[in-house]
Design a protein around this ligand. Structure first.
Ligand code: AMP
Ligand code: ZN
Length: 467
């Protein structure tokens, strides 16, 4: 398996420490709001990584944290507490917010056919682990106490800047806006391991500790959960590119300080999905979440297909035009696959040949576009029978997870499309009745962009789906 490693900045051969078993750690969401589709792109890329490894016969032990405490609006411990902000926004408790958005996240994952990690752990459930690690770091002088808080001293870390590959001056310029002056720190990049002097009076989640009542910093949560559930080593650690600095940099510093040896040699980072403004944010009321796409008539798997057409290391710009193209191509692809006859025998020579090409696409730094091309190549291949084609695509779909071979799924999709169009026709009729012809035309064009043509007849409006 060849994979890009952020640590070495190269595509290189990946080998786990124990043959055949991959210990995979993936940073999870901060559950203060719904995930935006950018966040979901990262989880889709990680899902392809897990399933790609499984296709190559590795056993994958995947761990994910759920951050329900300690994450500030700035990743460098500054700003407001994200969970408190969420609770205030909705007039609920932090616990209610955490539970609600954890469920929403898991539901998004399911809709996107993302395999649920074997181990999902709430950050707030492992306080004793963080305390034990922090005590050891204090003992070994990697950490210091200042004004009631415990900080990690980055000057003590070996190669603190190795993951980002940048020097401190450049990093300081890059994060100037987010690194708040904290007089308690010795160095601007030192980071909080435990806070007792919270800026937030109404901090809800607090625990007793040797340094007073307080709460853990965001970074220690991932190191703690990774060490507790995966042991002394992680084979691949994942996240979005924004996690490289400071989050993953700090995870390496504290995990290695605690363990006393190098911790994870392979770092996998998904590039961002941005909207037309150049970034993706949750600050506007109506941000791009999965349910917004669903309300507009797209299925979560249309979005998954849209993501898979690009390489996980390329920044992607979201647009409804591109999503329309993905939706239409996926529908056509599914129809072709579902029209294949299931009779006959699998031609095992041809089957094996295509399975190895697919494995090569996985090994080629998870080239999802190449994987999709192989699906089309199989369909076009005049030398193989339908049964072989169907079984091959069924096998590829263990990685792509686009429900390519699920017959009942197509019926469900057709039914959903029918209901969506009928709802739109009704809305258009109401607009016409109230003489809002601009809205009526808008709805007609909105549907046309999705290849749905309306025909007004004497008996009412009918529709056709055009290819
Ligand atoms: P958060 O819930 O903010 O901790 O982020 C969850 C995951 O989404 C992290 O792995 C981030 O690196 C990733 N992420 C954040 N913004 C984007 C984006 N625009 N595109 C892709 N991934 C993102
Ligand atoms: Zn993390």
């Amino acid at each position: 398996m060849r994979l890009y490693n952020t640590l070495t900045k190269n595509v290189e051969e990946f080998n786990p420490r124990v043959e055949g078993v991959v210990k995979l750690y993936t940073c999870g969401p901060t559950v203060y709001n719904y995930a935006h589709v950018g966040n979901l792109r990262t989880y889709i890329s990680e899902d392809i990584l897990q399933k790609g490894l499984e296709f190559l016969n590795y056993e994958v032990i995947r761990v994910m944290n759920i951050t329900d405490v300690g994450h500030m609006t700035s990743d460098a411990d500054a700003g407001e507490d994200k969970m408190l902000k969420g609770a205030r926004r909705e007039g609920k408790t932090v616990y209610e917010i955490a539970e609600f958005y954890t469920d929403a996240f898991l539901s998004d994952m399911e809709k996107l056919n993302i395999k649920k990690p074997k181990i999902i752990e709430k950050a707030s459930s492992h306080i004793n682990t963080y305390i034990k690690m922090i005590e050891k770091m204090l003992e070994d002088n990697f950490a210091y106490i200042s004004g009631g808080n415990v900080y990690f001293d980055v000057s003590k870390a070996k190669d603190y800047y190795k993951l980002s590959g940048k020097n401190p001056d450049d990093l300081l310029v890059a994060v100037r806006d987010t690194v708040e002056e904290d007089n308690l720190k010795r160095n601007p990049f030192d980071f909080g391991l435990w806070f007792t002097t919270s800026k937030f009076e109404n901090q809800a989640m607090k625990w007793d500790s040797p340094w007073g009542v307080g709460y853990p910093g965001w970074h220690i949560e991932c190191s703690g959960i990774a060490c507790e559930f995966l042991g002394d080593y992680v084979d691949i650690h994942c996240g979005g590119v924004d996690n490289i600095f400071p989050h993953h940099t700090n995870e390496i510093a504290q995990s290695e300080a605690y363990l006393g040896h190098s911790w994870c040699n392979f770092w996998f980072h998904g590039a961002h999905l941005n909207d037309q403004t150049g970034k993706m944010s949750k600050s506007n009321g109506e941000f791009l979440k999965l349910s917004v796409l669903e309300e507009k008539g797209y299925s979560p798997l249309d979005y998954r297909f849209f993501c898979l057409n690009s390489h996980y290391r390329n920044t992607l710009v979201f647009s409804y035009d591109s999503l329309d193209i993905a939706k239409n191509s996926l529908n056509k692809l599914r129809k072709k696959i579902q029209s294949l006859s299931k009779d006959g025998l699998v031609d095992s020579l041809k089957y094996d040949k295509y399975v190895s090409s697919f494995a090569e696409a996985i090994s080629n730094d998870l080239n999802t576009a190449q994987m999709i091309t192989i699906v089309y190549d199989v369909l076009k291949d005049a030398e193989i029978n339908d049964k072989t084609k169907f079984e091959l695509i069924d096998k590829f779909d263990t990685v792509l997870s686009l429900n390519l071979t699920l017959i009942e799924n197509q019926e469900k999709i057709d039914q959903e499309l029918k209901e969506y169009i009928e709802k739109k026709i009704l809305e258009r009729q109401e607009a016409k009745n109230s003489k809002d012809f601009v809205k009526a035309d808008f709805i007609r064009n909105e549907l046309l962009e999705k290849n749905i043509k309306l025909n007004d007849t004497r008996d009412g409006t009918t529709y056709e789906v055009i290819d």
